[in-house]
Design a protein around this ligand. Sequence first.
Ligand SMILES: C[S@@+](CC[C@H](N)C(=O)[O-])C[C@H]1O[C@@H](n2cnc3c(N)ncnc32)[C@H](O)[C@@H]1O
Length: 264
Amino acid sequence: MSLSQHSFAAVTDLFHQVSGIRLADTKRALVIGRLQKLAQDAGIDSLDRYVEHVVSGQDAAETRRVIDKLTTNETYFFREPQHFELLTELATQASRTEPFRVWSAASSSGEEAYSIAMVLASQIGARGWEVVGTDLSSAMVETARRALYPMDRIRETPLAMVKKHCLKGQGDYQGQVLVSRELRQNVRFQCANLTESLPDIGLFDVIFLRNVLIYFDAKSKPPIVKRVAANLKPGGLLFVGHAEPLAQFDTGLRTVRPAVYERA
Ligand SMILES: C[S@@+](CC[C@H](N)C(=O)[O-])C[C@H]1O[C@@H](n2cnc3c(N)ncnc32)[C@H](O)[C@@H]1O
């Protein structure tokens, strides 16, 4: 199926309005690839007509499907392990008078949030901590709640954690792992758009805002970082992806080490 320049502009404008992410012309093949299946499922055999239907704003469910499809959700357990090493230290030193709280902002399908939970469970125990995962995509939030993953996603997970927290699937679930119910009890997921005012989810000791800033232009990054960092407890730490340094932006945060910032 082909997509006219007019339709490409219309659908990427819509995506930008909702997510804050601008998809460049170089992403044209990716956009076509991702929309094709949706158009087929909707019974529309022209991508231009499909886009016209979506941008008309009359079908909120179809708009949601398009937004979900155009977001990039690549993730896996224990990605960028330096952050998990630091989290281990922080959790060890945590005061036990109030729960140690961590937010995975842009949690995608949940692997980051469950990796955090594995570290907290090993350092703090079954209780006394909480992880909140949020994402723009409702489909990703659903996947995260299901907590069922292809085996490949746990490739970087320490073996002891796999043994303790992952149940290997059998029969129809061969090749998949389910995160244990015990671990899931202290992890919750909900939708939140980082470009809008955020839900009231409280203050956190650590916030993971990783591999999402990379999709925003330079102007959009500081307000997102400030909005997210406002949810840090005093002295709390913000982790960003190692490919997303913030030093050149005015965020009001202090650099602690590469990809780690502190709320003063
Ligand atoms: C590449 S994944 C990152 C997952 C995880 N943080 C990691 O580092 O592995 C990026 C996620 O950002 C989410 N996202 C994109 N724009 C967003 C927005 N405006 N608000 C919230 N989440 C957003 C996408 O839905 C996607 O799941």
